[in-house]
Every structure is written in structure tokens, then in C-alpha cells.
Design a protein around this ligand. Structure first.
Ligand SMILES: Cc1cc2nc3c(=O)[nH]c(=O)nc-3n(C[C@H](O)[C@H](O)[C@H](O)COP(=O)(O)OP(=O)(O)OC[C@H]3O[C@@H](n4cnc5c(N)ncnc54)[C@H](O)[C@@H]3O)c2cc1C
Length: 354
């Protein structure tokens, strides 16, 4: 018989709901874009399109973008020792600027916004599954970049990372049996332990079969604070400005970390906005909620139709529940009714109305 894990459920009555958040993922069909482009006299290194897994792939993608840049500099010494502009102050722009500055480059950040970005709002699950339609070569990219990232997060946890001290944390994560988070190669490489089949029990009538993993949870709030602390320590300047055209930037080397903004800047038709709804919680027994949940549930709509929905929980702040994946929607306000559906399915899943 499999082990039974007793979990405290999050409290989900009206007074436990803190904030309803709509946030847009910059999803790119098949795979994110990490590429070097020469445009007029400029070298542009693109790094965008990580969708709902930007924190997951962060370190691997930024390191790969910088490797592409260094390769171009070896090919063309014209770009050597030139100042660099990084577009974007999300986790990609900040980490890129930090890593370039630490390598001795002169770098500044240009960003339309610096607060309330998708980078701040993310729930923080490490979810490295490649896209269903990716080619074999692209799947290999997903695994390589994801494992590079995972190793960096483990370094932060064991205190050996060179500049980030806090943010990730190893937690038990319970995945519904229908969810494949894509950990297979990580387990084969010894980065993640074999999962155990367990039954989770919320102390009420709600029991579920799950796979228990012990994986890194990424606290986006703390990681953003750490990135900002490092930006300040390195004296990297930030200019608040929207860029309409790469030609408007004086530097001849540009890292494009504009997230969803990259669609307009590059005209990349493969970027699809995917709207997500999240609810942050308050007044929770958060020390008893140190776990992650990721399940798929089938919900019935008003017309009796069925829709597969996702439930996740992470102990970000006082807890966060999610989410939706509404492809093609980039409105920061539309589909408010999704919050009612989300809270209803979470109450049903956790068996809590209190
Ligand atoms: C609902 C939701 C849940 C998520 N959950 C997770 C999760 O659990 N795990 C995970 O790994 N990832 C998650 N993510 C994904 C993650 O948050 C993103 O992939 C990541 O934050 C993208 O970072 P970024 O730096 O590329 O973009 P952003 O954070 O969007 O930053 C983009 C920056 O570029 C600037 N910019 C854009 N256009 C221009 C322009 N023209 N000129 C100047 N500046 C410009 C913006 O102002 C901003 O500063 C989630 C995302 C959402 C929406």
C-alpha cells in the first residue's frame, strides 16, 4: 500500500483571498528564441518566448544567449569591448545585465516598466516539459537549458552561487498522475530523485493519488529582490523608456529581453500571448503549507460541456493558487469570470470553503 501524506489545505473563503492577478505569458510556438541577428550595423541577441516557464529556463537561456554573443565577438572583433544595451527589466533583462557586467562589459538596461511584471507575478513552479510540437533538436535544447538552470538553482540553495543568496527552495511537490512535468532526463542525470507514488489527504474527504517529487520551488518575489540587489551593487544603470525600434538605441550590441514586447519589436509571428489567472492568499498557516501542488481536473461548464483545467498551489507569500491558459488573449483585464471558476475548482479540490 502506498504512503499516505497528510497535508493542510489552504483556507479559501472570501477573507483569505488577497489579490486576483491576470498576467500574460509570452509563449513562442515550438521553442523560445535565443538567436544572434545582425541588423544594419547592430548585433542583436534575442532571448524571449519562454512562456509559462521563464523562471524554469532562466539561467540556461541567459547563459546560452551570452555564449551566442561571445561566439559572434570571436567571429567579428568589431564588436569587442563595445557598450551593451539590454532591453527589459524582467528576470531575463536583469540576469543578462548582471552576467555581462560581471564579465567586465559596460552595460545599461532600457525598460518600459520595472514593476509588476510577469517576472514578479509568476507562481514559481519548476516545469521544464518541452512543447508537444517541438522537434527532437528543440527538445534537446529544452533539456539542456532547463538542466543548466536547475543546477544554478541548486547552487543557490547550497550557498555556492556567486551572486544570488536566496529565492529557490527544495520542497515536496505533488503532481497528479496525468501530469508529466518533464523531469525524466533530470532524474536520469541525478539532478532530481526518483518520485514516490503516494496518496495525499487533506484531512477531509479529499484524497488523491499523486507522484511525490522533491524539487526546487522558485520564489519569484525573492529572486527579483536578489537580482535588483545585485544590479545596484554592480552600479548598472536603468533607463525607463519604451523602445519602438532597435535603431533608436545608440549601442551597437543589444540584448532583446523584452518578453511579450518582443512580438512588436521583432514581428515574430510565433509569439502567442497566453493569459493566466492567479489568486494570492492571506491569513494562511503558511508554515504548514510548504508544498507544491499541480493537478489537472475536469470541470463542467454551464452548458454541461467539459473542460480540462489546471490547479496549482505554491507557498509564495501567504500562498498562491492558479491557473488558466487562455491562448491568444493579451488583455490584462478580460475574463474576470475565470477567477470565480478558479476559486470554485480550488475549493472543490482542497475540500475547503473556510
Ligand atoms: C500567470 C503566470 C504564471 C507563471 N508561472 C510560472 C511558473 O510557475 N514557473 C515559471 O518558470 N515561469 C512562470 N511564468 C513565466 C515567467 O513569469 C515568465 O516567463 C518570465 O517572467 C519572463 O521574463 P522576461 O524577463 O522575459 O519578461 P517580463 O517579466 O515580461 O519583462 C519584460 C521586460 O521588457 C520590457 N519591455 C517590453 N517591451 C519593451 C519595449 N518595447 N521597450 C522597452 N522595454 C520593453 C518590459 O517593460 C519589462 O521590463 C508565469 C507567467 C505567468 C504570466
Amino acid at each position: 500500500m502506498q504512503r499516505i501524506v497528510q497535508l493542510t489545505p489552504p483556507a479559501l473563503s472570501a477573507e483569505h483571498i488577497k489579490e486576483k492577478i491576470i498576467c500574460i505569458r509570452a509563449h513562442r510556438e515550438r521553442i523560445f528564441q535565443i538567436d544572434a541577428q545582425k541588423l544594419h550595423d547592430k548585433l542583436i541577441i534575442h532571448n524571449y518566448g519562454q512562456g509559462g516557464a521563464g523562471w524554469t529556463f532562466l539561467f540556461g537561456c541567459v547563459q546560452e544567449a551570452i555564449r551566442k554573443f561571445e561566439h559572434e565577438v570571436v567571429q567579428n572583433s568589431h564588436y569587442k569591448n563595445k557598450p551593451i544595451a539590454v532591453i527589459g527589466a524582467g528576470c531575463y533583462g536583469l540576469l543578462t545585465a548582471i552576467m555581462l557586467a560581471r564579465k567586465g562589459h559596460r552595460v545599461r538596461i532600457i525598460a518600459k516598466e520595472t514593476e509588476n511584471l510577469p517576472s514578479h507575478k509568476a507562481a514559481g513552479l519548476f516545469f521544464p516539459r518541452p512543447r508537444k510540437c517541438s522537434t527532437q533538436e528543440e527538445i534537446a535544447q529544452f533539456y539542456a537549458r532547463g538542466m543548466e538552470s536547475y543546477s544554478a538553482y541548486l547552487q543557490i540553495i547550497d550557498g555556492s552561487h556567486p551572486f544570488i543568496n536566496r529565492g529557490p527552495q527544495l520542497l515536496p511537490a505533488y503532481f497528479g498522475r496525468e501530469i508529466d512535468p518533464g523531469f525524466g532526463p533530470y532524474i536520469a542525470a541525478g539532478l532530481i530523485k526518483q518520485p514516490e507514488a503516494v496518496t495525499i489527504n487533506f484531512g477531509n474527504s479529499k484524497n488523491y493519488d499523486a507522484l511525490e517529487h522533491r524539487i526546487v520551488y522558485l520564489n519569484a518575489t525573492i529572486l527579483m529582490q536578489e537580482l535588483w540587489r545585485t544590479i545596484k551593487e554592480l552600479g548598472i544603470s536603468i533607463i525607463k523608456q519604451e523602445i519602438a525600434n532597435f535603431a533608436d538605441i545608440e549601442e551597437s550590441i543589444i540584448f532583446n529581453c523584452a518578453g511579450l514586447g518582443a512580438k512588436k519589436l521583432t514581428g515574430d509571428a510565433k509569439i502567442i500571448p497566453v493569459q493566466g489567472h492567479l489568486i494570492t492568499l492571506q491569513q494562511q498557516p503558511i508554515e504548514q503549507l510548504q508544498y507544491l501542488i499541480n493537478f489537472q481536473v475536469t470541470m463542467t461548464d454551464e452548458r454541461g460541456g467539459h473542460r480540462e483545467e489546471i490547479i496549482y498551489f505554491a507557498p509564495k507569500g501567504d500562498g498562491i493558487v492558479g491557473t488558466t491558459f487562455l491562448r491568444g488573449t493579451d488583455s490584462p483585464t478580460a475574463n474576470q469570470h475565470e477567477f470565480d471558476r478558479l476559486i470554485e475548482r480550488c475549493r472543490n479540490f482542497f475540500g475547503t470553503n473556510f
